[in-house]
Write a protein that binds this ligand. Structure first.
Ligand SMILES: [Zn+2]
Length: 344
């Protein structure tokens, strides 16, 4: 298995040979520790519900040269949840947009590295910039949904949520001309307090979600959920959590975002390699277009903590991302998990 080798910038990442992959169903406890594993080569993973929670099955994908899943949450720098007290949604249209130029740069970087990615796109961004959606698809990437206007799941009623995810999926399918299968909740806001969310997503036509970040954080995180992909119930959709490294009994974030800017890049590279080589699982990495944009206008009146989290090391992000892209193979989520996604 070749993991962690430096590759030349021009080399195209090989696609996973799905015929050589094996799926391993592993029973895990609520902290994500593997208790038992049984290989079921080539089979779809079936959910079990031994503890009644419906979340006790994980899967591993192994291949000679695995791909990790790259993802981008497509939103403007002023649409993040941490700014919602300072910039109201009705003011969004008056702020200068920077998302199109940032996506153009990301598409260039992905192309240079031979990487493919999934772009979880806000419906309101797609509506305002349909050419962004079209250029993402034209470059071979996957379009998926990030909801319409970045409302956290737990802040919506089930009826409001159903309208949000149904409308956004239809909009993205019309603009992209592709089927939209994936969804990521704003601020990873699916958890134990929103048990209805997956049923609504499935009824709306989604087959996978990547909305769980099993870490401790004041704005998101559910450490009681599995660290690795699981079917939310037998016959249900696949949840693909953001990647963590299990160290000294704790889940440490290593999936991109703010931690990727805060911590040395060597930590993230080590942690991703460890997940690949030791746990034999693909990693799921996420980022935002505004993270490669150190020139973005500064929002006044933020708390010191919010200011630090949003702006720390923006100028270093692009070179760190470049190193990360070149170190591993990266692919779209619907390709990495092709064998595990529920059928059409
Ligand atoms: Zn977001």
């Amino acid at each position: 298995m070749v993991i962690g080798s430096l590759r030349s910038p021009s080399r195209v990442a090989p696609q996973i040979d799905v015929a050589r992959q094996a799926l391993i169903c592993a029973a895990v406890d609520v902290q994500g520790e593997t208790l038992a594993a049984a290989a079921t080569a080539g089979d779809r993973v079936l959910g079990r519900s031994d503890n009644g929670a419906g979340i006790d099955v994980s899967l591993a994908l192994i291949s000679e040269e695995p791909s990790n899943a790259m993802s981008v949450d497509v939103e403007e720098h002023f649409q993040v949840s941490a700014f919602e007290d300072r910039i109201r949604r009705k003011e969004w249209a008056s702020h200068p947009s920077r998302v199109a130029r940032n996506i153009d740069r990301l598409l260039e970087m992905f192309d240079d590295a031979g990487a493919k990615a999934t772009f979880f796109t806000l419906g309101c961004v797609a509506e305002r910039h349909p050419h962004v959606v079209r250029s993402i698809v034209a470059n071979g990437h996957e379009i998926a949904s990030h909801g319409y206007s970045h409302h956290r799941v737990r802040n919506q009623s089930p009826a409001e949520y159903e309208e949000d995810v149904t409308r956004t999926r239809g909009l993205l399918e019309d603009l992209s001309g592709t089927r939209v299968r994936g969804y990521r909740a704003p601020s990873f806001s699916i958890g134990e307090d929103t048990p209805w969310a997956y049923d609504i997503l499935q009824a709306a036509g989604y087959t996978y979600s990547s909305s769980v970040y099993p870490i401790r954080h004041d704005h998101y995180g559910s450490t009681s959920l599995s660290r690795f992909p699981f079917l939310v119930k037998p016959g249900g959709m696949l949840e693909i959590p953001l990647t963590t490294a299990r160290v000294f009994g704790r889940n440490l974030p290593c999936a991109g975002g703010g931690y990727f800017r805060l911590l040395p890049v060597s930590y993230s590279l080590w942690a991703i390699r460890r997940v690949n080589a030791v746990e034999r699982m693909p990693a799921t990495f996420y980022m935002h277009p505004w993270e490669i944009d150190p020139g973005q206008p500064r929002v006044p009146g933020l708390s010191a903590k919010t200011r630090f989290r949003h702006y720390v090391n923006l100028s270093r992000f692009e070179s760190r991302l470049e190193q990360t892209l070149l170190r591993f193979n990266w692919n779209r989520m619907d390709s990495v998990y092709k064998n595990a996604l529920p059928g059409d």
